[in-house]
Write a protein that binds this ligand. Structure first.
Ligand SMILES: CCCCCCCC/C=C\CCCCCCCC(=O)SCCNC(=O)CCNC(=O)[C@H](O)C(C)(C)COP(=O)(O)OP(=O)(O)OC[C@H]1O[C@@H](n2cnc3c(N)ncnc32)[C@H](O)[C@@H]1OP(=O)(O)O
Length: 219
């Protein structure tokens, strides 16, 4: 249940702080396709048993591509808008390691707004592996941090995580659809108490509680 005692404040415009803001919808399909291909490449590289000739050839090809792409970089802190599925949008960093649109290493957690808070579904491959066949505990924490940070930002105003506590209830499996939910429990001034949960096959595998501190934006 969401109980907000503070009114939602306007999300500050990153451009007022010198940070570029990109419309999510304006990112070219070719960039999405490249990000997705490199996401698959990371998985293939992590697991390949190809012969040394193929490996050397692949390394040279990737090096060449890197040199071609690395000619015009975005400013660090570039923000992007993201549609939350209910007509509202959120703003996040474009290379956010959990949800960033242009980050091939990210599982690209696509959180959507629900009446209770936020919800996403994601299936993770071996790139996120900790114990055999299981999701790394740090990634579980990272996904919950993102989910609670996002709901806090959307339902109150943007903030930073001051405290995050995770209970790992059951192993979280790879290659299995995971449901991630988050919600605001209560707000006290700048302090937003949030919580989240990960489920696999309907069973809770991890629960998180966090304290977000809303950033003070100078007038
Ligand atoms: C500018 C452009 C805007 C763009 C808009 C879009 C932005 C998008 C945003 C959001 C998208 C959602 C996606 C994000 C998801 C990921 C989140 C992360 O990964 S965050 C990175 C990790 N976290 C840090 O790096 C924080 C490091 N810590 C700090 O910087 C400070 O400690 C900070 C800001 C958290 C608090 O510092 P203080 O100086 O502002 O405030 P004090 O007075 O210390 O604390 C305020 C209250 O909170 C309590 N408090 C603080 N820390 C606590 C703790 N660890 N445990 C318990 N209470 C704590 C204090 O006791 C105080 O309480 P009393 O007001 O006195 O009642």
């Amino acid at each position: 249940m969401t109980v907000n005692t503070q009114p939602t404040t306007e999300t500050p415009d990153p451009r007022a702080f010198g940070l570029p803001l990109v419309e999510g919808g304006s990112l070219p399909a070719e960039l999405h396709s490249l990000v997705s291909s490199v996401h698959d490449l990371i998985d293939a590289v992590g697991n390949t048993r190809a012969d040394t000739e193929t490996l050397a050839e692949a390394a040279a090809t990737v090096r060449g591509l890197t040199d071609r792409l690395d000619v015009d970089r975005r400013q660090v802190g570039t923000m992007v808008t993201r549609d939350l599925g209910d007509g509202t949008t959120e703003i996040g960093t474009i290379t956010n390691i959990v949800a960033g649109d242009t980050n091939p290493a990210a599982p690209r957690l696509a959180l959507m707004r629900t009446p209770e808070g936020m919800r996403a579904e994601v299936t993770l491959n071996t790139i996120y592996q900790g114990p055999p066949g299981l999701v790394h505990g740090g990634w579980i924490a990272a996904m919950l941090d993102q989910a609670v940070g996002s709901v806090s930002s959307v339902e109150t105003s943007p903030g930073l995580t001051a405290r995050l506590e995770i209970d790992y209830r059951r192993p979280t499996p790879l290659f299995t659809p995971l449901e991630i939910t988050s919600w605001v429990e209560r707000t006290e001034g700048r302090k937003v108490y949030v919580a989240g949960r990960i489920r696999a096959h309907g069973q809770v595998t991890a629960e998180g509680k966090a304290l977000m501190i809303r950033v003070e934006v100078p007038e």
